[in-house]
Design a protein around this ligand. Structure first.
Ligand code: MN
Length: 344
């Protein structure tokens, strides 16, 4: 299949998706509903769905498989969009990684992070993501919040120093991915503002290496407006990566197809990204639902990509002058009506 291209987009025009998007349908209440596809066997499926940039955790493409992954990526015309250390899957990270109360676990987390920096470079990705998977607490007073904050600062400073020393100006950049809860009741770096504050407290020489990877569903789980979270990243010059999906109200993280639940807001998001001339990868963090059959496993990517293309094209036609007039006259209901005519 042809690569899906986002027309008139500044910078990278191919679409990104994670290898984990094509899972076996396991959830906290039940086992798999589809056979587990070996991770490297998912690469041709992603290519077939028109994806250009793949994403993976260190537990999915571990160091000893980097060369094989590169061979397959070349074969299928794929590039590595981002790489990320899993700080949540292994039992040792049950209480967090950089914020674990166990110093041995914190040392292991840093070791894994530094190895992931090397794998990120070897795989050719320009961005490495830190998702705050189990950084947080379920019980009050379980952790000292101020100590946890300092432990994150120490950890991220050490990662940045390593990357700069090893790779200099070609060092990958790092993107923190905020999420308010799940799997922990309360997570550190729960929203974009909090992650930006942490970055502002890193060593001044390290700060330029760190930015944000905001995810639609994670903002909406917290009841926050995703567009404002993205605008905040843009204003700070910190939109290093983006994870697009959708979310049916708050509750648990659903990773539904992009453009599904709130298409009008997703249209507005496209307007914001176009006007900012954002040049990074438009990537999906979606999850093939448990009910989809093995042969339909990439439906979620196809639907997300079709929605993104539709909304992006409609956003290109949104009359910015009209938006300016609605703003200056404070005609916000009329603005909402105009956006609806652009969408429907
Ligand atoms: Mn994500």
């Amino acid at each position: 299949m042809q690569k899906i291209i986002i027309p008139k987009k500044t910078g990278k025009q191919g679409i990104g998706a994670g290898v984990w998007n094509l899972g076996s349908g396991r959830d906290p209440f039940g086992g798999p509903t589809r056979p587990e596809i070996p991770v490297l066997d998912r690469l041709p499926l992603l290519a077939e769905a028109g994806i250009t940039y793949i994403e993976a955790h260190d537990v999915e493409i571990p160091r000893h498989q980097v060369d094989e992954a590169k061979r397959l990526m070349k074969k299928y015309g794929l590039k590595m969009g981002m790489y990320t250390p899993s700080f949540f899957a292994d039992a040792i990270f049950k209480d967090g990684a950089m914020t674990s109360n166990d110093p041995t676990v914190r040392r292991q987390a840093l070791k894994n992070a530094l190895e992931a920096v090397d794998a990120t470079v070897a795989l050719g990705a320009e961005v490495m993501v830190f998702w705050n998977g189990r950084e947080g607490f379920d019980f009050v007073l379980g952790k000292n919040g101020q100590d946890s904050f300092r432990r994150m600062l120490d950890g991220f400073n050490a990662v940045g120093e390593y990357a700069r020393k090893q790779y200099g100006k070609s060092s990958p950049r790092f993107a923190l991915e905020p999420k308010p809860n799940e799997p922990r009741a309360n997570m550190y770096l729960s929203n974009v503002g909090e992650a930006l504050y942490l970055i502002s407290r890193l060593e001044p020489s390290i700060q330029p290496l760190f930015g944000i990877n905001p995810e639609t569903a994670h903002s909406r789980m917290a009841g926050l407006d995703y567009i404002w979270e993205v605008e905040l990243c843009l204003e700070a010059g910190k939109l290093f990566h983006i994870h697009l999906n959708s979310q049916d109200t708050t509750r648990y993280d659903q990773d539904l197809p992009f453009g599904y639940t709130e298409p009008l807001k997703d249209l507005a998001l496209c307007v914001v990204l176009q006007d900012a001339k954002w040049d990074g990868i438009l990537a999906f963090d979606v999850k093939a639902p448990r009910t989809d059959r093995p042969e339909d496993i990439t439906d979620i990517l196809n639907v997300s990509a079709a929605n993104l293309q539709r909304l992006w094209n409609k956003a290109l036609k949104v009359d910015r002058k009209k938006i300016g007039q609605f703003r200056s006259r404070q005609q916000y209901t009329a603005l909402a009506g105009y956006l609806a005519t652009c969408l429907y």
